[in-house]
Design a protein around this ligand. Structure first.
Ligand SMILES: Cc1cc2nc3c(=O)[nH]c(=O)nc-3n(C[C@H](O)[C@H](O)[C@H](O)COP(=O)(O)OP(=O)(O)OC[C@H]3O[C@@H](n4cnc5c(N)ncnc54)[C@H](O)[C@@H]3O)c2cc1C
Length: 306
């Protein structure tokens, strides 16, 4: 049976990887690095956790992190490594694969086990299609996009063990760690999204969307041009291929045409409502509810009704 090792620098993502790993094999091990709280949380979900507690490991240096993970792979005799496909772990993935002589896939959006193959789905051709790819090398490093799997729930049988590695010297010196400045919204975590597109004519109409999001307990998000061209909202709020992949319970889309680069970021929403003056807008093909109407009017009506 293949041994699957999981690692993410974010605990919630590591719990998602645990769910994914259990689909591949019954032999799953988790690594945490200088994070005893994450180790405990994973163990509470039933994982066999190996915590590396060596404060001199510089995780800001991807070369160091990859070396540490490679040593964990060897010590724990893993064949397959699952990482989260966030900015940091995606960089670890390529470096780790190179060290342990594995095949590597990142930005995986679904996986299925077929015999001894792990079939991975990834967006291809700018999001216009989905490609199914497998790694044929005996060792595999697979980075899975956040929110692809549900986080593992509490479970029994977990344990926290310790693991020692040789810490390689780092070429990177961390002078200071600062919180992210500006917009710190996490639209991927939102259960309700009010998403505005270029159909919104004036920035003066934005407060109506913000009011609706507030009343519904959700967040405002947008299509890319609203952030990058018009600069009405921060790029943290962009949904889509070059933005965030969101999976809310409810997505209310106002003035969005439905280009594929946008829809890849919202198609996993449970319920999609589209408000567009064009009854033939392509977003309507994937919407559960369609309102052929002026977004300004609908926003005003909803805010009044709520
Ligand atoms: C490599 C690449 C990556 C990209 N990544 C992303 C990405 O991550 N996210 C993203 O969003 N885009 C991305 N894009 C851009 C994408 O292709 C589209 O251009 C963009 O999604 C269109 O945004 P939109 O739907 O807001 O605007 P439009 O396509 O201009 O659509 C506006 C819609 O509003 C409707 N409308 C007009 N007036 C009203 C009204 N009063 N009331 C209601 N509806 C109205 C119109 O009928 C129209 O359907 C990317 C493009 C490329 C090439």
């Amino acid at each position: 049976m293949a041994t699957v090792l999981i690692y993410s620098d974010k605990t919630n993502m590591a719990l998602e990887l645990l769910t994914a790993a259990r689909q591949i094999s019954g032999a799953v091990k988790a690594v945490t690095i200088n994070d005893s709280q994450a180790a405990q949380e994973l163990a509470s979900a039933g994982a066999e956790v190996y915590n590396i507690e060596q404060p001199d490991i510089n995780l800001a240096d991807a070369a160091v992190a990859a070396s540490v993970l490679a040593q964990a792979v060897e010590q724990l005799q893993a064949d397959t490594v699952l990482l989260s496909s966030n900015r940091r772990c995606k960089e670890y993935a390529g470096r780790l694969a190179q060290i342990i002589d594995a095949g590597c896939l990142t930005d995986v959006t679904a996986l299925q086990v077929n015999g001894d193959q792990i079939e991975c789905q990834r967006n291809a051709l700018g999001g216009a299609t989905v490609a199914t790819q497998t790694i044929t090398a005996p060792r595999k490093v697979i980075a899975i996009r956040p929110k692809t799997f549900e986080a593992a729930a509490a479970g029994s049988g977990g344990s926290v063990n310790s693991l020692q590695v040789n810490v390689p010297p780092s070429a990177v010196k961390v002078l200071e760690v600062r919180g992210k400045e500006g917009d710190t919204v996490d639209i991927e975590a939102a259960e309700i999204l009010v998403v505005v597109g270029q159909g919104m004519e004036s920035k003066d109409d934005l407060p109506m969307a913000e009011e609706l999001a507030r009343k519904l307990g959700g967040e405002v998000a947008c299509s890319k041009p609203v952030a990058t061209d018009k600069k009405w909202l921060s790029e943290e709020r962009v949904v889509g291929l070059s933005g965030k992949k969101c999976k809310p319970q409810l997505a209310l889309l106002f003035g969005i045409s439905g280009q594929v680069q946008f829809t890849v970021g919202i198609r996993d929403a449970k319920v999609i409502v589209s408000v567009n003056t064009d009854e033939n807008a392509s977003i309507n093909q994937m919407s559960d509810y369609i309102m052929t109407a002026d977004l300004k009017q609908v926003l005003a009506d909803l805010n009044k009704a709520l």
